[in-house]
Design a protein around this ligand. Structure first.
Ligand code: ADP
Length: 415
């Protein structure tokens, strides 16, 4: 009996069983006997629940798909803190050797199904109080060999299945990439036509000859032209990704002055900067040595970094582009006073199609604060930097930390 005022908690029993009816019955019986019960519907979740709940006793069904009861018992025994918890097999297996198999695998006892309702509370109490069934050393040796051989066979089968699944996944991935690339290629021709006709319309004599009357037509043609332009950028991004994936990005390497690159990009982004009252500061670019690089591709890198810095910084914020030459490399840091990026996202944002924000709330504007994109900009920037044998990474204290993000680009001084 417990001392007055001391509340003793009932022993906690974990029951791992894939059959719902058996689970419900056993849980009722155990609850009626005053135990706390936690359940798991298969071996893998049984291991998880055991780690989390630290039960005082585990009951396991033997015949389960995926990990069977023998395997779960062996694994449970090796989990820190669960080495000594009583494990009892509950099973309808009544073949010769089943009891010995269970004990050799790590169980302390064996309760056969169908459960003897009157006997169960006594059996459970006995195992909780320290009952441990044993097998002879000779039997243990024999069943241990059988258990080990079975485990290795299962491991081999699983490795074969996994390899097969990986092969199938790679094939599917390639089919998807091929399809996306093909679709992007096919879209190029109609986009060029829309682009060309919109331009023709804008400059058509009938339109330019009657500027006032035809203004609405000119405006519409302008919108078609802008939309085709945007579509073209999307298609180009997809084609760039397929070049990077196939390691086929060809670079036109010449001496590049990064000052020109950044100035070109800032000029292009000037309307965005002004519209959002952002300040851009540059330092160190005019003292840099030339680097061997592809100027057009490097513009893409800094366009993506600087436009992201603008997109993810609230109106009135500050963007810095700082450059310096360090030990055989040039370092350019694009930093902002924006929303920042959590540490666990910092590697993922360089992956294809990865965007942190919920895409359901994206505005597709390239310029608006938090405007959404396809999640390809940084993948392309990384692909181009790597093709130059450089490195790119981000540092940030985290989302909403107030200190923004710093993107580092390192490019070698020698080809
Ligand atoms: P997109 O081309 O759609 O802009 P990116 O690959 O350039 O995609 O960026 C992926 C994601 O990384 C963005 O959706 C955003 O969540 C995050 N990100 C990129 N740059 C910044 C930044 N300067 N500040 C905060 N988040 C950023």
């Amino acid at each position: 009996m417990s001392a007055p005022g001391v509340v003793t908690r009932p022993p906690k029993i974990l029951y791992v069983e894939d059959d719902v009816a058996s689970r419900v019955l056993m849980s009722r019986l155990l609850l009626n006997s005053g135990y706390e019960v936690v359940e798991a519907e298969d071996g893998l979740s049984g291991l998880q629940v055991a780690r989390r709940e630290r039960p005082d006793l585990v009951l396991i069904d033997i015949n389960m798909p995926d990990l069977d009861g023998y395997e779960v018992a062996t694994r449970l025994r090796s989990l820190p803190g669960l080495e000594h918890v009583p494990i009892v097999a509950v099973t309808a297996n009544v073949m010769a050797g089943d009891r010995e198999r269970a004990i050799t695998a790590g169980c302390d006892g064996y309760i056969s199904k169908p459960i003897d309702v009157d006997e169960l509370p006594r059996q459970i109490r006995a195992y909780l109080n320290g009952r441990r069934d044993v097998v002879s050393a000779k039997q243990r040796q024999q069943y241990l060999e059988e258990h080990t051989a079975k485990l290795v066979k299962r491991l081999e089968e699983n490795v074969i299945d996994l390899k097969e699944a990986n092969r199938a996944l790679s094939k599917l991935d390639k089919m998807k990439t091929d399809f996306v690339t093909l679709a992007a290629h096919e879209l190029r021709t109609p986009i060029t036509l829309v682009y060309g006709y919109a331009r023709l319309l804008m400059h058509n004599d009938a339109v330019t000859g009657h500027p006032q009357a035809m203004q609405p037509v000119k405006d519409l043609a302008h919108r078609i032209f802008d939309a085709a332009n945007r579509l073209n950028e999307v298609v180009n991004d997809i084609l760039n990704i397929s070049l990077i994936d196939a390691d086929e990005m060809e670079l036109d390497i010449r001496p590049v002055n990064l000052l020109n690159v950044v100035e070109f990009v800032l000029e292009e982004l000037n309307p965005l900067k002004k519209g959002r009252q952002l300040t851009v500061e540059t330092t160190g670019l005019d003292n840099l040595p030339h680097i061997p690089g592809d100027e057009g591709r490097l513009r893409q890198v800094f366009w993506n970094l600087i436009s992201n810095a603008m997109k993810f910084t609230p109106d009135g914020g500050l963007i810095r582009v700082e450059a310096s030459a360090v030990e055989g490399e040039v370092e350019v840091i694009v930093s902002d006073t924006g929303i920042g990026i959590d540490r666990q996202e910092q590697a993922d944002i360089f992956k294809r199609f990865y965007v942190i924000e919920d895409t359901a709330y994206h505005s597709s504007s390239k310029t608006a604060y938090m405007g959404g994109g396809m999640g390809l900009g940084l993948t392309i920037a990384q692909g181009i930097v790597k093709a130059h044998k450089g490195r790119i990474w981000v540092e940030s204290e985290g989302r909403d930390s107030g200190s923004g993000s710093r993107f580092h680009v390192m490019l070698p001084l020698e080809a």
